[in-house]
Write a protein that binds this ligand. Structure first.
Ligand SMILES: [Zn+2]
Length: 476
């Protein structure tokens, strides 16, 4: 039933942009580079099978036709990448002499997923480069895909195979770092910048659009600055712990994600008496969200989850996480720590020691992230700082390091505390952001930003999903 609902929701997500083909301008004739100019000679661009092919070295190529002052348009092209290739489509640019950062905006082309510690090469196809990056893998190498870039007034939208993966509305006088001070909307020509590897581009069409003001929701300039600063630093801004709960649909979640400038990982609750309980349901669920512009997370529920799903099936998810909120105490009482009636604290110190032992056990499971971390029941929540002693914090942090498990900074519960996060950072633990939202109104990141400021987390402190074939669940 749930899966049916998801499929219906997805039908709305697969919206495509309609435009009149008559007005379309073909920027590339499929035969030669007439009307294109490469400031660097000899050019790295050639023609192969009706496509512009950039290969090997870095270089740039600009459309240099008679009319090249494009302002509002939809640009459409078909692209194929070879593994490790990276390129950019640039717009509102000029015939810059091969400079590193040209005028205008760049849309990133990179389909090889590199994972953690790959620096700026974590960003993938569809990124409005360093303004609103895309991190979730969506397109594969060695397959033709369609890219559309829509620029209307102050709004940029990026579509891959007609699915919107990124959007950005430029506020007036937006914040930009010194090296991106010309990354602004204006007007200009279109360019291709090759960074490395082989990329083929064909069917390059530009459809001018009427200069219409886009109805803009009021832009919070301060929020835009905060988010843009992080993207400009290639900080992977991702909420890996979003649930479709409380009426939040997949379509809503994708829109909220793009409006907030934060990539989302939608997590399904998988386990005994949860929505997904076996391989068949798990496969059906994964198929139903195949074309969504998100990461896919598995929330493993209950300690028997590994017996319910085969490693191969679980590995279809981008990552797996769990918490330590559901367990049976030494008196045989099964507890769900967030429900008062189902929780038995007794002596708080004894409870804490048992909780820490449970966490140590749970972190040995083949999981990627420990979520809702250090959560303690409401009855003792006010004593959080006193009960999370240095010794208890150290035990959990040691277990995270030993088992290579990342630590969620939970936005809704505002946990772990700053002290815990500082100690974990010092020990080399990687972090993720997560809300574990109850609906659509509590997707709020104030605590994550507070931690960023206080602890000074950088891109290299953040966890990223492992590459396919290297996941923990695939190494059992
Ligand atoms: Zn959750």
């Amino acid at each position: 039933m749930k899966i049916k609902i998801l499929t219906t929701v997805l039908a709305f997500c697969l919206f495509s942009i309609s435009f009149s083909q008559e007005k379309s301008i073909s920027l590339f004739n499929g035969k030669d580079l007439k009307n294109w100019l490469s400031p660097v000679v000899p050019s790295v661009f050639t023609i192969e099978d009706n496509a512009i092919v950039s290969q090997g070295k870095s270089g740039a190529l600009f459309f240099n036709g008679k009319d090249k002052q494009f302002q509002n348009f939809v640009l459409s092209c078909d692209i194929k990448t070879q593994p490790e290739a990276i390129a950019e489509i640039i717009f509102h640019t000029d015939l810059s002499k091969g400079q590193e950062i040209p005028k205008g905006y760049s849309i990133r082309i990179q389909n090889t997923y590199k994972g953690a510690n790959s620096g700026e090469n974590i960003k993938l196809t569809g990124s409005i480069d360093r303004i609103r990056n895309v991190y979730f893998p969506f397109i594969k190498d060695q397959q033709w895909f369609n890219l559309k870039i829509s620029v209307l007034d102050k709004e940029i939208k990026v579509f891959l195979n007609n699915i919107q993966v990124a959007s950005y509305t430029e506020p007036s006088n937006p914040w930009r770092p010194e090296d991106l001070k010309n990354r602004l909307l204006s007007s200009g020509t279109v360019g291709i910048r090759n960074i490395q590897g082989k990329v083929s581009i064909k069917n390059i069409q530009l459809i001018p659009q009427k200069n219409e003001l886009v109805a803009q929701t009021s832009i919070d300039r301060e929020y835009d600055k905060k988010i843009t600063q992080l993207h400009a630093a290639n900080f992977p801004l991702i909420d890996f712990h979003v649930h479709l709960k409380g009426g939040l649909t997949l379509e809503d979640a994708v829109i909220i994600s793009q409006n907030k400038g934060i990539n989302y990982g939608i997590a399904a609750n998988c386990g005994l008496r949860f929505p997904v309980t076996n391989n068949g349901e798990l496969n059906a669920y994964m198929n139903s969200i195949e074309n969504a512009a998100i990461y896919r997370g598995m929330q493993a529920e209950g300690r028997e989850w590994m017996t319910l799903f085969s490693p191969d099936t679980a590995a279809r998810f981008d990552y797996i996480f769990t918490d330590a909120m559901t367990w049976t105490n030494n008196k045989g009482f099964r507890m769900r720590l967030w429900i008062k009636e189902e929780t038995e604290v007794g002596d708080p110190n004894m409870f804490m020691d048992e909780l820490v032992s449970k966490i140590e056990q749970i972190l040995k499971e083949p999981i990627d992230i420990y979520v809702n971390p250090t959560f303690i029941p409401e009855e003792i929540a006010a004593r959080y700082n006193e009960l999370w002693t240095t010794e208890r914090m150290d035990r959990v942090i040691n277990a995270l390091v030993k088992n290579d498990v990342a630590l969620e900074i939970n936005a809704r519960y505002k946990i772990p505390g700053i002290e815990f996060i500082k100690k974990a950072k010092q020990a080399g633990v990687k972090f993720s952001f997560g809300t574990n939202n109850l609906g659509k109104d509590d997707l709020n990141y104030d605590y994550c930003f507070e931690v960023l400021d206080e602890v000074g987390l950088t891109a290299s402190d953040m966890w990223m999903p492992r590459k396919q074939g290297t996941k923990k669940i695939q190494k059992l």
